[in-house]
Design a protein around this ligand. Structure first.
Ligand code: MRU
Length: 350
């Protein structure tokens, strides 16, 4: 079932199903689709109909509920076993953003720690916790934006990559929230929007969101970022994150690492913005992060147009790792974390 709406909500729980804006259709079409089963949720996450680390966590949480709600199990142990299988399956939809596993583990913990409750009661507890995860993300993103404004100078020209806006979160976004709140504070002169090949999250989604919000921006191809910096047109760079390890190494959309290296070469501050749900204290360094490899077709076709010969080898990682020494600060809902990350991240988030 689909409906067209004018105001967007990346994800909405209708009471019985997940309604998402199909991000693969933007900007041509603002199409809302319903996910009624765990399989539909898995498919929507893996095809990037719903995408962005926090949004994947929220969709995964509701998908988990869809996966357990019809379980016929009456014994706690059997119900937990079913829930673990559901979590394992959903977590296989995309490997890099930790928010998905973070949300699934939270929900599993609710079941594990309450063996005295019946499966019927636990299903309700899980749904309420999923709704809390969703609501909390709004607050986290707002706080990230408010904290981030202090790092943005007057008349700032900010470069960003991929999409980190309301589409990628419950609302406001992460790096996007910093941009939005800085715009409200009248500090933003220009946002440079990296197109973000191959799936164009920058041109399709960030440009769409910035336009709606009335923030001044210019779209550039990814490879123009270097010359923008060389010409003194960029004051700071802010991106989001899919997973931040204990030492501050950060996985984010492919191309983020090149931006961080460029920023270093041009003496421009490079910031990451992310909520606590993106911080993985179980991993020491970025070397442990699994990087999702995606289909060759995303590179050999531009939309429906074939742009490379058939039967060739393609390298298409969805993310890369930016080492901690290139990151000037990490903007979180709790405030701004500066190096030494190995000390300061666990201090704030343990
Ligand atoms: O492959 P995507 O579009 O899900 O990648 C998204 C990103 O890399 C974002 O920068 C990240 O998830 C942060 S979103 C607030």
């Amino acid at each position: 079932m689909t409906t067209i709406k004018t105001n967007y909500n990346s994800i909405r729980w209708t009471g019985s199903e997940i309604e998402i804006i199909d991000q693969t259709k933007l900007p041509e079409e603002e199409l809302y689709i319903s996910l009624m089963t765990i399989d539909e949720t898995w498919d929507a996450i893996s095809k990037l109909k719903v995408r962005g680390a926090p949004a994947i966590g929220i969709a995964g949480a509701y998908g988990f509920y869809l996966g357990i709600k019809d379980s016929p199990e009456t014994e706690h142990a059997a119900f937990l076993h079913h829930a673990e299988k559901v979590a394992h399956y959903l977590n296989s939809s995309r490997p890099t953003a930790v928010n998905l596993n973070w949300a699934l583990q939270l929900l599993l913990a609710e079941i594990r720690k309450q063996p005295d409750k019946s499966p019927a009661e636990l299903k309700n507890i899980v749904l309420n916790r999923a709704i809390e995860i969703h609501n909390e993300d709004r607050e986290l993103c707002k706080a990230i934006g408010e904290h981030g404004v202090s790092l943005v100078p007057e008349n700032a020209r900010i470069l960003t990559h991929c999409n980190t806006g309301g589409l990628a979160t419950a609302a406001y976004g992460t790096a996007f929230s910093v941009i939005l709140h800085s715009h409200f504070a009248k500090k933003v002169k220009m946002v440079w929007v990296d197109e973000t090949r191959p799936l164009n999250q920058g041109s399709r989604l960030t440009a769409w969101e910035l336009k709606k919000a009335g923030v001044p921006f210019t779209l550039n191809i990814d490879s123009a970022a270097a010359s923008l910096m060389q010409n003194g047109e960029v004051d700071l760079i802010i991106t989001g994150a899919d997973r931040i390890t204990r030492n501050g190494d950060t996985a984010n959309k492919i191309g983020t690492y090149s931006l961080a290296v460029l920023a270093h070469a041009h003496n421009i501050p490079f910031y990451i913005a992310a909520p606590y749900s993106t911080i993985d204290l179980e991993m020491e360094t970025g070397a442990e992060i699994e990087i999702e490899q995606r289909l060759p077709m995303e590179v050999t076709y531009f939309g429906n147009r074939q742009t490379a010969p058939d039967d060739i080898q393609v390298y298409n990682p969805a993310f890369d790792i930016t080492p901690n020494h290139l990151i000037a600060a990490i903007i979180t809902e709790k405030g701004i974390v500066k190096p030494d990350y190995r000390k300061n991240i666990p201090r704030l988030f343990s």
